[in-house]
Ligand binder design. Structure first.
Ligand SMILES: *Cc1c(COP(=O)(O)O)cnc(C)c1O
Length: 707
């Protein structure tokens, strides 16, 4: 009896410890936080997309009792718990440095999507990935920041390709009680048109950063209002408009209820533009003159724009938008004419709808694009809002980054730590140490590359087999999958949303030339793709279908693969294992791109159009540049020119350097280029550096502007 009780006790204690670990998403970038869950039940771990909370939910007490007798497990658990505690107790870079008036700086970061981990598909693509990485770096550096978003019952869609390559769309159904979110107990009421929408406020812990997520799927709301947080980028424009009212207006109301002492509002993309109107309404209600309220809101707002693609900027009819915001605008003393003027790109063009980006441009004092080139393009793109020459348009640039420890493979991190004493857990904005990669032991570096590639090939085969089984291709399909790809062949990766400007099928322009490249018996090349298109983006889905068909063609079969369901896990696998990362957008539509910042931490090399972030990084020795910067009028001619440039690179330097081996079997010139990539890309293109720039260029000036 006593023994049984003791055992129940131990199981209970372990459960509590694991529960606490699982509730802080710190584990998403600290491998030691994940290990106990993986050890607890490796099968569940994979089945739940590596979700600690779901593992804990499903695992039996018997299993925990068994693990409780395993010292390795107990050590791993103790280590994780201690490490999480130490993280929260540590002095931070910003905590040590913020003096005087800066001690009260607090940022509220608004975004419609957050990619924190693949087990929570609350993101569609690059915008969410950037936002998730932003939160993690803010936490590591100790910058006082909370975030606001929506919690989607069905998240973003899951992708499957049918036998003919047609996209099938699935929606997961999230049970928020089984997600690492907590009920704050607050229910806010957000006016949306004539409706008073209730929203529950959940909080999610990302290290030191808290994310508040609104959920309108609650009792007492009409069905229509409950729909508002059903899914990401779904439904008619009128639904999106109301969803954005909830994000902007409801988000501000929530911050106020929670007594968040916010001094700076960062609108990450135009979706959250309505924050401005709610803040003005609140200030006017508190007794400020409308003109002063507008000036104050502008002074304390930061806006980041994310795309030069026109369709990426939401626009709504003046009357419809005015109706949706009427209670807020009435309180802000903004009438319909003024509302139209504040929202139109050209205020005096009465035919124009309102544009979310134009509102943000008018109500922010610090505005940036996400790469130097995108800053330039944005200044040109929005001259008509300002009525001045593009050089005078007040849009700057802060180049995106990636959160290093989220994206680096643990094997690679351990390698760099051991070989060059690189410490990614010392959190400062200057990530030095990478330059020492140039002097690393070359045979051991090549062994790391070979391991990462072999693991990617294993992953590709497993996924292809699963896809084949699902399509009913039986054992023949599985056998073919198991023989696809080679662990030793030059591997090119391409993973991104299948938006048309990204030109996923460009490498297939000249099929015969591509086939001869892939099938060179002595110097073979293989290509792995992943990507999904928005469910309404028909041309994007045709890209997926086309590549799916091509994978089956003679001369490409077994050498070209399309992995379904591009998520953070697929992203990590492909960026760690690929030798070359291919990026061939139509210049200048890739505002930044961040996936190419991930492979260099693993010795991967970029081969990219000089678009987005790449012109800032390319030095002639750390990768390849496809084509040139001269735009052509004719899209087809441009595709032809760029694809020929790409073939020439592969057939020339790329293949030569990879397959030219010395006496000890090492490709010395390839290693030169790979190490140059590792030494030059990560120190600059990471979110720690990016956050420090946001502080200097935007947060601190906006904070002081409000004092
Ligand atoms: C890194 C990453 C992105 C961003 O990729 P870009 O196309 O370069 O902007 C998008 N989705 C996932 C899953 C990623 O891992």
């Amino acid at each position: 009896m006593a023994r049984a009780a003791e055992q129940t006790d131990i199981v209970g204690t372990i459960r509590t410890q694991l529960e606490e670990l699982s509730r802080d998403l710190w584990w998403t970038w600290n491998p030691e936080g994940r290990i106990p869950f993986e050890m607890l039940d490796p099968v569940l771990w994979r089945a739940t997309k590596q979700s600690p909370m779901q593992v804990l939910d499903a695992v039996s007490d018997e299993r925990i009792a068994l693990c409780a007798q395993d010292d390795r497990f107990l050590d791993a658990l103790a280590k994780a718990t201690k490490s999480l505690e130490a993280y929260h107790d540590a002095a931070t870079w910003w905590g040590r440095g913020a003096k005087g008036d800066l001690k009260s700086l607090r940022v509220a970061y608004f975004c419609s999507e957050y990619a924190v981990h693949e087990s929570m598909q609350q993101y569609a693509g690059g915008l969410g990935v950037l936002a998730g990485d932003h939160l993690k770096s803010a936490s590591d550096l100790g910058i006082s920041l909370c975030a606001v978003g929506l919690l989607y019952r069905q998240g973003y869609y899951l992708q499957e390709l049918a036998e003919d390559g047609a996209t099938r769309v699935y929606y997961p159904e999230y049970d928020f009680d089984r997600m690492p979110v907590e009920d704050t107990g607050e229910i806010i009421v957000c006016p949306v048109g004539s409706s008073r929408v209730k929203a529950k406020v959940w909080s999610m812990k990302v290290g030191r950063t808290t994310v508040y997520l609104l959920d309108s799927d609650v009792k007492g709301n009409s069905d229509e209002d409950r729909e508002l947080t059903r899914g990401l980028y779904r439904g008619e424009p009128s639904l999106r408009l109301r969803q954005q009212v909830l994000l902007g207006v409801g988000g501000c109301i929530a911050l106020q209820h929670l007594d968040e002492p916010v001094t700076v509002y960062h609108l990450n993309e135009g979706h959250a533009a309505f924050v401005a109107y709610q803040r003005i309404a609140q200030l006017v209600k508190d007794g400020m003159k409308p003109a002063d309220a507008k000036a104050h809101v502008k002074a304390t707002t930061v806006f980041t724009t994310h795309t030069p693609v026109p369709a990426g900027h939401d626009r709504y009819g003046v009357e419809e938008a005015y109706e949706a915001l009427r209670p807020v605008l009435r309180q802000a003393r903004i009438d319909q004419d003024e509302f139209a003027e504040l929202g139109r790109e050209r205020p005096d063009d009465f035919r124009e709808p309102i544009c979310m980006t134009a509102i943000c441009l008018r109500f922010a004092s610090r505005i940036n694009g996400v790469s130097q080139l995108h800053g330039e393009v944005s200044r040109d793109m929005w001259t008509h809002v300002y009525g001045c020459a593009s050089k005078d348009v007040p849009i700057g640039s802060i180049t995106n980054g990636v959160h290093a420890r989220t994206w680096i493979d643990p094997d690679a991190e351990a390698f760099w730590r051991k070989e060059i004493n690189l410490r990614l857990d010392r959190h400062t904005p200057t990530m030095d140490g990478w330059e020492k990669a140039l002097g690393v032991d070359r045979p051991r570096f090549w062994a790391l590359r070979s391991r990462l590639r072999a693991r990617l090939v294993h992953f590709i085969r497993e996924r292809l087999a699963r896809q084949a089984l699902r399509r009913g291709e039986g054992s023949a399909g599985v056998n073919a999958a198991m023989q696809a790809f080679s662990p030793d062949a030059l591997t090119i990766g391409f993973a991104r949303r299948f938006a048309t400007y990204k030109r996923a099928p460009l490498v297939f322009q000249d099929l015969e030339r591509l086939k001869s490249i892939l099938n060179d018996p002595r110097r073979p090349v293989q290509l792995v793709f992943a990507g999904k298109a928005h469910p309404r983006d028909v041309p994007g889905q045709e890209y997926a279908q086309r590549i799916h068909e091509l994978c089956k063609e003679d001369g490409l079969r077994g050498k070209v693969a399309l992995i379904e369901e591009y998520d953070m896990e697929v992203g990590r696998m492909l960026t760690a294992g690929s030798d070359v990362w291919l990026n061939n957008p139509l210049r200048p539509y890739e505002a930044s791109g961040t996936s190419g910042m991930k492979p260099p931490m693993h010795g991967g090399i970029n081969c990219s159009i000089l678009d987005g972030w790449w012109p800032e990084s390319f030095d002639g020795r750390n990768g390849w540049a496809i084509g040139d910067t001269q735009p052509m009028q004719d899209r087809e001619a441009q595709d032809r020119k760029d694809s020929q440039s790409l073939y020439a690179i592969i057939e020339g330097e790329m293949r030569r350097e990879f397959y030219d081996r010395d006496g000890s079997g090492l490709p010395q010139r390839w290693i030169d280029r790979a190490l140059q990539s590792t030494a030059t890309v990560p120190p600059m293109f990471n979110t720690h550096r990016m956050l420090a720039e946001y502080l200097r260029e935007a947060y601190i000036p906006a904070h002081r502007g409000g004092l």
